[in-house]
Design a protein around this ligand. Sequence first.
Ligand code: NAD
Length: 441
Amino acid sequence: MRATDHMPTELRLPTNAIVQPDKDRFLNEENPFEAMMLRFDRAAELLDLEPGLYKVLRKPEKQIIVACPVMMDNGEIEVFTGIRVLYNTSRGPAKGGIRFDMQVTLDEVTALAAWMTWKCAVVNVPFGGSKGGVICDPLKMSAGELERLTRRYTVGIIATLGPDSDVPAPDVNTNERVMAWIMDTYSMRMGHTVTAVVTGKPVEMGGSMGRREATGRGCTFVTKEALAHLGMTVRGTTVAVQGFGNVGSVTAHLLTREGCKVVAVSDRTGALYTPPGLDIDDVLAYVRHNKTLEGYIKAQALSNDELLTLDVDVLVPAAMENVITTKNAPKVRAKIICEGANGPTTAAADSILEEKGIFVIPDILANAGGVTVSYFEWVQDRGGYFWSEETVNERLRDLMVRSFRDVLELSRQHKVNMRTAAYMLSISRVATVHRLRGIYA
Ligand code: NAD
């Protein structure tokens, strides 16, 4: 059997499907670009953003599409499509992950790049926003094929890559290993080692302590802030976490350590529920051994939909986009939603949650711990001086708590919800820099 026999033929996606997306296909509740733009428009209106700047901030700066020919293990050539979008670089180098996935589209990558722009601005790290993706199914490729694809994609986008221009990180289906290949390819082309070209690298080659846990740790800091704001105690707070991967499992673990009762967790195989609280260390050990939650017998089984509407104090959607929609938002009973995932709530569901008085910590604030420690990694690489894990965690806490309070203050001033306030804060920060810099030429 040839190596390409089990590869979906859709790998050779028609380029025009990507360059000129059929707009009607995307105009729905779940289109990430539309979801981002609806929130952007609301914040821009409240900020009374000048029409010129409004136009500038609604457009990505650069969209790159590259063909990546790869010699497969069987000696045949396959051509993959790679995308990189630099949305806005006015505040500093673009920052954003790279995903390897069959669902990658230019629209989605652009929305995610815009999200990164606002996320970096909310926590006030000196980065712009970008995102990248390659249309492929990495689970059907060998390590050698993935390495050759990564290196070819890196060379395809190398003109804009660099510690001062665009700094990738891991995202869906990419990891430390992939970052190491990107760093090596870039360094070989430059003729010297450039660690700061990517973040999320192995610690042995310039990665930061605490990066792996950073997003979940950040979620924990802002959840505690929200509880304090609402006059609730941390101890005994009930929590449901959707998604038990990097973000969800770390959040569940750290909130348990703080005295919360994590009563439900889930992954793509289903959900577990124990009203008195799950033994999270035991669940973690089970998943380390069995890969998924499937088959864990010391808890009641639940569906992922049921988990979202449990009667808990805090709900942490930490799996994927568009899980809280107009269909289930009326049934959500949590008092606080901490958006560990990117885009878990559709724009249409926002107003339902607001009417119900649910306090939402929006994704661009809640899960910004990851990019914050990526920023710390970039700083450490450039300074050539590495911090202890305690220092990383302490600085992460300072930055997350300060950002939460900045957003809360703005939401009080303008009498808007936390999401609108977060967008207002980030858009105003990006707009200020554009005003100061002026329009070139
Ligand atoms: P991951 O792959 O480690 O974990 C994802 C988890 O979600 C897995 O347990 C998976 O089984 C589960 N899942 C998938 N589909 C599901 C479904 N339909 N229902 C319930 N669970 C499901 O990914 P991650 O790094 O933890 O990322 C999760 C989310 O957080 C994504 O939206 C990602 O973009 C976002 N995020 C991650 C980071 C980071 O540093 N890892 C930073 C910012 C945002």
